[in-house]
Design a protein around this ligand. Structure first.
Ligand code: F6R
Length: 279
């Protein structure tokens, strides 16, 4: 994992947005995996600004979102559909055909989740998956105990996640208790991952994700198994990292290197990377 620490939320967001913008500049048909929640909002704001300032064309990209609440229609103000429309899609001028989100209202979630996996494959796989980390160490809605090989499915939310989400709803009873989410296995198949965290409330799980054991109890720790996971946080979230000085040393030493691996840009290299020798 490439661990990077920025001064504050804004510089963290700028750095994240620069990675996404440079990807789309070099690969106009990039496939982006997107997250909701409070953490990536600054990245999205910066991305919209950079896209305008540098005249970057986003019309060829495809997006897949990590998750959606079960039982909320797309038009609900707290649905992840609405969140994405307001915080990113409108600003980048993305069309409905370019964006893929799970529906919280499908009567057959099992079939829908299988179709979603297929759509990701048909799009050529996700080039860069943006992630946040939950208070219980989750990525997407892969709560403690989720399979680290799990695929997109309907899941029950942890009471801590439900409690964390009450701030967005008028009444406690309105907070969704289930969600549709990519699995950890789905996420690990992305060619690169970018996970962000800010604030001292995240410092404990951030340290567990980076320096703790790989465990289904902190599903974000599965990113230790990913060949190219970038973890950017502000100083507060990084406060409990034991090897912080070393990570900062590495970041400085590799400052002249590209943030994303070559295999994201070169399909041929990616195929070679994934194929087994035949002789
Ligand atoms: C959202 C998602 C979640 C959030 C996580 C952190 O699509 O997948 O895993 O990233 O709950 O949420 P915030 O950023 O609000 O702290």
């Amino acid at each position: 994992m490439f661990v990077k620490v920025e001064r504050d939320y804004e510089t963290m967001s700028q750095r994240g947005a620069r990675i996404v913008a440079d990807l789309v500049k070099q690969k106009s048909d990039a496939v982006l995996g997107l997250a909701t929640g409070s953490t990536p909002v600054g990245l999205y704001e910066n991305l919209i600004r950079i896209a305008k300032d540098e005249n970057i064309d986003f019309s060829g990209i495809t997006t897949f979102n990590l998750d959606e609440y079960e039982g909320l229609p797309a038009s609900h103000p707290e649905s992840y559909h609405t969140f994405m429309q307001v915080n990113l899609f409108d600003g980048l001028g993305l069309s409905e055909q370019q964006t893929n989100l799970l529906s919280g209202m499908d009567i057959d979630p099992v079939a829908q989740c299988a179709d979603f996996e297929m759509m990701i494959r048909r799009a050529g796989g996700i080039d860069l998956q943006i992630l946040g980390i939950g208070g219980d160490g989750h990525i997407a809605f892969c709560e403690p105990g989720s399979s680290l090989a799990g695929r997109t499915s309907l899941v029950a939310l942890h009471p801590k996640t439900i409690a964390d989400n009450t701030r967005f709803f008028d009444k406690k009873e309105d907070v969704p208790r289930k969600a549709l989410t990519m699995g950890v296995g789905t996420i690990l198949e992305a060619r690169s991952c970018l996970i962000l965290a800010a604030g001292d409330a995240k410092s404990e799980v951030w340290a567990q994700m980076i320096e703790g054991p790989v465990t289904s109890q902190v599903t974000a720790s599965a990113l230790q198994l990913h060949p190219w996971a970038i973890a950017i946080s502000d100083r507060d979230a990084a406060a409990k990292l034991k090897n912080l000085d070393f990570y900062q040393h590495i970041d400085g030493e590799l400052a002249d290197q590209p943030e994303l691996p070559l295999w994201v840009f070169q399909p041929e290299l990616d195929q070679r990377r994934n194929s087994m020798p035949t002789a």
